[in-house]
Design a protein around this ligand. Structure first.
Ligand code: ADP
Ligand code: MG
Length: 259
């Protein structure tokens, strides 16, 4: 596989020979990818090619699917987390996830953000207040909601709800943020807003984003991996992958989608 790995000293996450099976459907084949700290990596490819499957492996979410088998190594800061005794709640504290459809809880804005920290034992009101404010600020939502933290999150617009979901993920102070097509339910304006937010968050987080929007990968991702039928065909710096793809399957996909 043509691949330009991330610098050794900046590896936040890495998969080695990762294979996923749903019963006899071999949905992910020998995925070897490295994600560098403080970078955005985009996963692109046609629907059904295993992008979400791969992403869900990274914070052990596929473990909830009974007929799913995951083989290979998932190294987080150098340690394999794909082991039977790994604590999934601990992993998800370090590796957060944002989904395709904004899915705020049926709770106030404040309680949406405070929910997970409370579950992890934070009870101090001042500490929670601070976490709620800093998370909302990081997600570029604070100015819009600071005066109505007690109102329901469901009254927010779609774009605001997605930023709330990002704030909710940030409240646990993770190192890595996984995003599965986070803008696909949003209008172009909200999409651009989230894109610039993610670019700002790079200073503090490592991000892996699944997107069906090639322009989005081009705009925000440092590296891009192209998936086809469960296989990572090519992985490189975004500019190189888009302008000088090595594998003809990559160029076919890119020209088909652009041309
Ligand atoms: N929960 C599941 N149970 C069984 N098969 C699944 C499940 N999730 C995904 N698959 C299968 O795995 C393959 C990859 O799907 P997915 O990872 O969702 O692709 P993508 O995100 O690229 O659209 C598809 O064949 C899909 O049908
Ligand atoms: Mg998907």
């Amino acid at each position: 596989m043509p691949m330009q790995p991330a610098p050794t000293d900046r590896r936040a996450l890495q998969t080695e020979n990762l294979n996923v099976y749903y019963r006899d459907n071999h949905a992910l084949k020998d995925a070897n990818l490295i994600f560098a700290r403080n970078e955005i990596t985009a996963l692109i490819g046609a629907s059904g090619c295993g992008k979400s499957t791969f992403l869900r492996c990274l914070n052990l979410m596929n473990r909830q699917i009974p007929h799913c088998r995951i083989e290979g190594r998932i190294l987080f800061e150098g340690t394999d987390i794909n082991t039977a005794d790994e604590d999934v709640y601990k992993v998800r504290r370090h590796i957060g996830m944002v989904f395709q459809r904004p899915n705020p809880f049926y709770k106030s804005i404040y309680d949406n953000i405070a929910f997970a920290p409370r579950q992890h034992g934070i009870r101090d009101k001042a500490e929670l207040d601070e976490l709620v404010e800093s998370s909302l600020r990081q997600a570029a939502l604070w100015k819009e909601v600071s005066g109505k933290l007690d109102t329901t999150a469901l009254a927010l617009s779609g774009g605001q709800q997605q930023r709330l979901c990002i704030a909710r993920a940030l409240a646990l102070k993770p190192e890595v943020l996984l995003l599965d097509e986070p803008c696909s339910a949003l209008d172009p304006r909200s999409t651009r807003y989230i894109e610039s937010l993610l670019t700002e968050l790079k200073d503090a987080y490592t991000m892996v984003i699944v997107t069906h929007n090639l322009q989005q990968a081009w705009r925000i991702a440092d590296r891009t991996a192209f998936f086809l039928l469960g296989e990572v065909v090519e992985y490189n710096a975004t500019t190189a992958l888009f302008t000088e793809p090595v594998d003809t399957r990559t160029s076919d996909y890119l020209s088909g989608r652009f041309g």
